[in-house]
Design a protein around this ligand. Structure first.
Ligand code: SF4
Length: 188
């Protein structure tokens, strides 16, 4: 029988502890009743990966009635040993947080209010602002007369929710505009 590290710890640790406690005459009924009431009881456990950085820590995702009810580190994953950093520990909120913004929101210069806009309006606005900035600040040659073709007044912060292919397209588009300041949320 193949036994995972987690399974082995469960079997040996929990088994030995139960045996010892029951030999001491301690009633395990209340503890067993508590365990039966855990929120992951009856859920399906799926191994997944935290998408936030290239460490790619494994996660255990518990699914019940088609909904994610818990996400935690995978103790069998050798890199993190079951640990997750603050971003990984908050992973479930990616799926279920009512605070997650799902529509484009715009705050006009000087305003203290966010207003919902549709995607066409927002993409036109972004394109217009990028063009204005590029027309104003694009540098063809540096002080030594060398051709540099760069735009230093626009910064791009990428998203760890993008796939490799999306990152490649975004990177090529940004470089074609002359951007040199490009970073990624996973380094934050
Ligand atoms: S963001 Fe944190 S939990 Fe996620 S893969 Fe990176 S180190 Fe692991």
């Amino acid at each position: 029988m193949k036994v995972s590290r987690r399974g082995f710890i469960k079997m040996t640790g929990a088994g030995a502890a139960c045996l010892t406690l029951s030999r001491l005459g301690i009633d395990l009924g209340p503890a067993q009743a508590y365990a039966a009431g855990l929120k992951i009881e009856g859920s399906k456990e799926v191994i997944s990966i935290c998408p936030f950085c290239s460490c790619g820590c494994n996660t255990l995702v518990h699914v019940k009635d088609g909904k994610i009810i818990n996400i935690e580190g995978d103790p069998d994953y050798p890199v993190s040993g079951g640990g997750l950093c603050a971003k990984g520990a908050a992973l479930r909120s990616l799926h279920v947080s009512e605070k997650r913004i799902t529509k484009p929101m715009y705050r006009a210069p000087g305003s203290d209010k966010w207003v919902e806009k549709d995607w066409n309006w927002m993409l036109d606005r972004i394109a217009q602002k990028v063009k204005e900035q590029r027309d104003k600040d694009f540098v063809l040659k540096n002080a030594d007369g060398l051709e540099v073709n760069r735009l230093e007044s626009v910064f791009s912060l990428g998203s760890s929710q993008m796939s490799n292919e999306e990152c490649a397209v975004a990177h090529q588009s940004l470089r074609s505009l002359g951007l040199v300041h490009i970073d990624h949320q996973a380094r934050v």
